[in-house]
Design a binder for this molecule. Structure first.
Ligand code: NAD
Length: 261
């Protein structure tokens, strides 16, 4: 636990399930007040909030789509009206759809870039505006992926969006380092969340995925939330402009591993 997080206020996009939810729950356990976000699943969102409140935490939610201008500002306004301030903005919302590139609809490409990359820009811009105007030494975390470095056939738009998140994160970190605003990314490997539901429900696919990961373990959302807690804490106070990989070794060129010798 990080005692300095108590009373801090975090905004987390796409947090009705999966990694965003796990991060919200972990932050609430740290005593942070959280502003969550859902696009359509109101019931799921209410359950998450009830769970956090049952544990003694404080959480509120804002409905909206991260690819639309205005949501990030609305979430920050909610943080201020409910909790008096905002210390940390987590751009977590993300989507993926499989498609061969030569058959990919332009709308499909645009949707992925819109949510994963444009959504991250909109969140980062709103957070920076708030931090700069109030001279706050704020903190921003962007959810990237191992696919910011590992090419991903069948999901080239996804890989392009995460590659974009990587360089955007680094560039923003450099631009705002003099303001002592930290900007980092997390690159999860394969984590057991609804985004991977199909794979997790198919024993053969699941086994194939486990075989691909050097540690042979699919990650748990809590393991990513732990990285998000550390990045939020003062323990990472000198860390900015970097991506923390939490992937069981997936980005280490597994085909060179001892089992393939
Ligand atoms: P998920 O599908 O389980 O959850 C994604 C969340 O984002 C949901 O709450 C969904 O409602 C929300 N969302 C989607 N589009 C949105 C939009 N336009 N506006 C607002 N909210 C929206 O996925 P997850 O696994 O929790 O993924 C979270 C992030 O982590 C994504 O950016 C994803 O790319 C990244 N990631 C996940 C994995 C993994 O293996 N699970 C690996 C690498 C990176």
């Amino acid at each position: 636990n990080y005692p300095e997080l108590k009373g801090k206020v975090a905004v987390i996009t796409g947090s009705s399930k999966g990694l965003g939810r796990a991060i919200g729950e972990r932050y609430a356990k740290e005593g942070m007040n959280v502003v969550l976000n859902y696009r359509s699943s109101e019931k799921e969102m209410e359950e998450v909030i009830r769970g956090i409140e049952a544990g003694g935490g404080k959480a509120v939610a804002v409905k909206g789509d991260v690819s639309e201008e205005g949501l990030a500002e609305k979430m920050i306004e909610k943080a201020i009206s409910e909790f008096g301030k905002m210390d940390l903005f987590v751009n977590n919302a993300g989507v993926q759809v499989e498609a061969k590139t030569h058959e990919m609809e332009f709308d499909n490409w645009k949707q992925i870039i819109d949510v994963n990359l444009n959504g991250t820009f909109l969140g980062v811009r709103a957070a920076l505006k708030y931090f700069v105007e109030h001279e706050i030494e704020g903190n921003i975390i962007n959810m990237s992926s191992v696919h910011e470095v590992i090419p991903r056939p069948g999901y080239t738009h996804y890989a392009a969006s995460k590659g974009g998140v990587k360089m955007f994160t680094k560039s923003v970190a450099l631009e705002y380092a003099p303001n002592h605003i930290r900007v980092n990314a997390i690159a999860p490997g394969a984590i057991d969340t609804p985004i991977n539901e199909e794979t997790m429900n198919d024993p053969e696919d699941k086994e194939g995925l486990e075989a691909l990961i050097p540690s042979h373990a699919i990650g748990k959302p809590e393991q990513i939330a732990a990285v998000a807690a550390w990045l939020a804490s003062d323990e990472s106070s000198y860390v900015t402009g970097t991506t923390i990989f939490a992937d069981g070794g997936l980005s280490l060129y597994p085909s060179f591993g001892p089992e393939n010798k």
